[in-house]
Design a protein around this ligand. Sequence first.
Ligand code: IMP
Ligand code: MG
Length: 174
Amino acid sequence: MSTRKRRLISREDIARRVQDLADRIARDYAGRDLVMVGVLKGVFIFMADLVRALPFSVEVDFVRISSYGAGTSTSGEVHISKDVELPLRDRDVLIVEDIVDTGLTLAFLRQHLANHRPRSLKICCFIDKHERREVEVPLDYVGFPVEKGFLVGYGLDCGEKSRTLPEIFVLEEK
Ligand code: IMP
Ligand code: MG
């Protein structure tokens, strides 16, 4: 099966939406002790844009979560292959994720980070594929809701390909 890419979200729309999210986060976290925890690898471009759109500096850390199986959906079994390194106890933690699909990855990560006893724990995701949710996770900041399809670009990959494209594309069968 061969696929082609159809552009779904333009560079301009991405930039505008990232600034909107940063404005909301800036209002909500002004004067607080914010640590942003990004989920590698897909989040690296979104998070780089998001932190630079904030009017203050924040601390950043990263986790890497692996799910077994390399297909286009999560198998359900997830584990942490790179954990946080900063102390999170009594701090305001914001998880930053590229895309939420079934919700299994985030539900697991949320519980894992809650065990560190942060003062607050919220989630910001760039894309919410809400129709595919299997477990509910509270998403506090959402860039774009998308109904379905496999997306690439702006950090999102398909088997490590297309991650560095500056816009979001949906893969379609030819
Ligand atoms: P979930 O556990 O099913 O919510 O899966 C979330 C993870 O699967 C994301 O962090 C992505 O790494 C990956 N993923 C889900 N949907 C897509 C997609 O459309 N494009 C690229 N990666 C995706
Ligand atoms: Mg991911």
